[in-house]
Design a protein. Structure first.
Length: 149
């Protein structure tokens, strides 16, 4: 799926969730999609303010909350209380590799969830509804040269 197709699918899901697709909301979604790291609503608002000064901080908060609700964003609590968000395409389940130095996030495909869910069901009588897995380390750019395999 291309970036334009993903953005169109997100717009459609937001509309289904009752959000009007204003120019401000479209700008929020576009900027959020470009970032490949967790970002607070305040940080996103500051990035948008340069090119889109009419975007209100409250609209950023509401949009990120709805994006999380429709499955297009992941929310991560931070130590100081404010949550940060990461854009996640709607199309395919995946996990994240998060660089602890620069904050870059890469998607990690997940092919074993069905098998894992069967094991949970058979051995523990546990019905998996959702899960989340993130790997923390150093990306290629931040890792020492000898760490690259």
């Amino acid at each position: 799926m291309s970036a334009a197709e993903i953005e169109g699918a997100v717009h459609a899901e937001l509309a289904r969730a009752g959000c009007r697709m204003t120019n401000q909301r479209k700008a929020i979604v576009a900027e959020f999609m470009r970032l490949r790291r967790y970002v607070t609503p305040q940080e996103l608002h500051e990035r948008l303010a340069r090119r889109h000064p009419r975007v209100a901080l409250a609209t950023v908060y509401r949009t990120l909350e709805v994006l999380e609700k429709i499955g297009a964003a992941v929310r991560e609590p931070r130590d100081h209380g404010e949550a940060s968000y990461l854009f996640c395409p709607l199309a395919q389940h995946h996990h994240h590799a998060v660089c602890i130095a620069c904050g870059k996030v890469d998607d990690v495909p997940c092919g074993s969830v069905d098998r894992f869910a069967r094991v949970l069901a058979q051995q523990l009588n546990f019905q998996l509804r959702r899960h989340r897995l993130e790997f923390y380390g150093l990306c290629r750019r931040c890792a020492p040269d000898e760490a690259h395999i």
